[in-house]
Design a binder for this molecule. Sequence first.
Ligand code: T3D
Length: 284
Amino acid sequence: MTVPASAPAGGPSAGRSAGPVPSGPTLVRTDADGVATLRINRPDALNALDTPTKVLFRDTLSEVARDPAVRCVVITGTGRAFCVGQDLREHVTLQRRADPSLWRTVPDHFNPIAMTLAGMPKPVIAAINGVTAGAGGSIAFAADLRIVAASARFTTAFAGIALSADTGTSWWLPRLVGPTRAMELLLTGRTLDAQEALDLGIATEVVPDEKFQERVTEVAVMLAAGPTLAFASIRRAVAFSATHDLPTSLDHEARLMELTGASQDHAAAVAAFLAKAPPQFQGR
Ligand code: T3D
């Protein structure tokens, strides 16, 4: 399934040429084997997020969250970039005309994207095919798994344009790499290669470029065939325990064990175990 194209935002830039005109939809959704792949499709702008793309991305994330046929979500980009965050050409256009919508994009677009990713009731894979910056990194950090192509690079980028950090980078990055390294990456904006991202705990795994797509598909299809309700509950438990004390987290775990313990998948899986047969999960 493909999400319809929306009108591209254009406008002059600060010292760079006029923005590229997308030749198709700026976000493409493809569904197969229980996996919904959302591919940001503005390769000439390194998949920078202009307003139509942010709206499509935000709304499509909500759709896949609600869609029971989707049991794993993959986010990726077209071309040599994953996503380089806010479209700075659009940003400068709005800034120059003092457009009041400029700072609405954080509460209206970036924050809902972060919250929908955080609450997604199914696993999310960031398939990081290439360079990643700013809010593009935040989107990747919000995923459960970051499968990274060997040629990919990361930069926080925010401080380079004299901005703070948004879309959850200040939340997720310290949790991934620790506060000391997160501060260093945010203050310097230096570029990490895929190997350093793996060493720091940002990448889940690094895959040679020529094997990248095959590996992403393999992991996504495996997760989509899994116990989706249990996966959603594991996501909830891990997020909850990050902000609650041990007794409260144990109570929360107990409620989720009761929920998953009553699921069809649990009953079928323990029966399969006793029968020495492989489990077949329906996701409920
Ligand atoms: O209200 C708000 O808007 C606040 C929200 C902020 C959220 C954010 O995400 S802030 C962070 C925004 N992102 C950046 O600051 C990253 C800017 N880009 C770069 O630093 C570099 O492009 C990269 C390190 C990512 C890649 O470098 P490189 O050398 O591989 O590529 P390049 O030559 O710099 O870029 C290639 C093209 O992509 C180029 O266009 P051209 O000249 O070929 O027509 C470049 O302008 C364009 N591009 C790259 N990043 C963006 C972009 N176009 C629009 N917006 C971008 N963010």
